[in-house]
Design a protein around this ligand. Structure first.
Ligand code: IPD
Ligand code: CA
Ligand code: CA
Length: 294
């Protein structure tokens, strides 16, 4: 049934005609549809990386957008509206579109825009589907390495590479001293970035290394894949992490707020993410009161 319907969706992509999908069909179809769309948007970005970028600023002097962010988002939105015309779409570049539905898609057409704008090939397309607060599907596609990280609720996470699916599992590192972690800095949060420098310094002294890739989606996919052991950041947006939160959890990892409470997707959020084993160590270094002796 789902295969037949997927074929119809693909025909709809080719001829622009919407199709009708019942509630029961959403879950079986959503992952394949999201993968198709992420691969298509990713190919557009891969082909555009070396092109001249028209860069505009959004909410701050370091909050960039290029014509390719907009083109990729238009492509993704158009495809999703063809497949799921009744769903709500929350995209970084276009705000909220579509109907007011219990199904919400959170879309970051290029997570890693600053990298992309500089021609640095570290970025991903991130697409996550939620039913109210419940994550259903997450897809993060890295077009430069041709790695597609996927998860569906209750079905685990996997990476599709060279035409094969490989299951993902978080790392087994049990101490910070054996861990490689990552963080990020929000383009609109200079004050909170300054606030991040103290925990950054504390954590730096306790781990094998800290990375800052410039793409929260790739960082989360790498925690799910066991390539990173942990990650934290302040002031993320729903579209940065909607897919990655599900990927990490389905790969056996932990995703919380700064107080250690299970993270729930919101328009803006602070996250601490790990393989679970180093989580409390990471949390304790992040939450030392600022007046404490260091
Ligand atoms: C940014 C990246 C970055 C993170 C920022 C995000 P964008 O997204 O995910 O790693 O540190 O907070 O805003 O702007 O490249 O889509
Ligand atoms: Ca982003
Ligand atoms: Ca973006």
């Amino acid at each position: 049934m789902a295969l037949n319907k997927l074929q119809k969706v693909r025909e709809g992509f080719a001829n622009g005609r919407s199709i009708t999908i019942s509630d029961a069909e959403v879950l079986p179809l959503a992952l394949d549809v999201a993968v198709d769309i992420a691969l298509e948007a990713g190919a557009l970005l891969r082909d555009s990386l070396a092109e001249e970028k028209e860069i505009s600023l959004k909410r701050s002097a370091i909050d960039l957008v290029t014509q390719f962010d907009k083109a990729a988002e238009e492509l993704i939105i158009g495809r999703l509206l063809t497949a799921f015309p009744d769903h709500t779409l929350v995209g970084e570049e276009g705000g909220t579109r579509g109907a007011n539905s219990k199904y919400q898609w959170h879309i970051d057409p290029i997570d890693g825009t600053t990298n992309f704008a500089h021609g640095l090939p570290v970025f991903g397309v991130s697409i996550g589907l939620y039913e109210y607060a419940k994550p259903l599907v997450g897809v993060i596609y890295d077009p430069m390495r041709d790695e597609c990280f996927c998860a569906a609720a209750g079905q685990g996470s996997f990476v599709r590479r060279d035409g094969k699916n490989r299951p993902l599992q978080v790392s087994a590192a049990s101490s910070l001293m054996h861990s490689l972690v990552a963080t990020g800095f929000a383009p609109n949060g200079r004050a909170r970035d300054r606030q991040n420098l103290r925990p950054f310094g504390r954590i730096l002294e306790q781990v094998q290394g800290i990375r800052r890739s410039g793409s929260a989606a790739i960082d989360l996919a790498y925690v799910a894949a066991g390539r990173l052991d942990g990650y934290w950041q302040y002031d993320l947006n729903s579209w940065d992490v909607a897919a990655g939160m599900l990927l990490v959890r389905e790969a056996g990892g932990m995703v919380t707020g700064l107080a250690g409470e299970p993270a729930v997707l919101q328009p803006q959020l602070d996250l601490v993410v790990s393989n679970g084993r180093i989580h409390s160590q990471l949390l304790s270094l992040l939450t030392v009161p600022e007046h404490a002796n260091e």
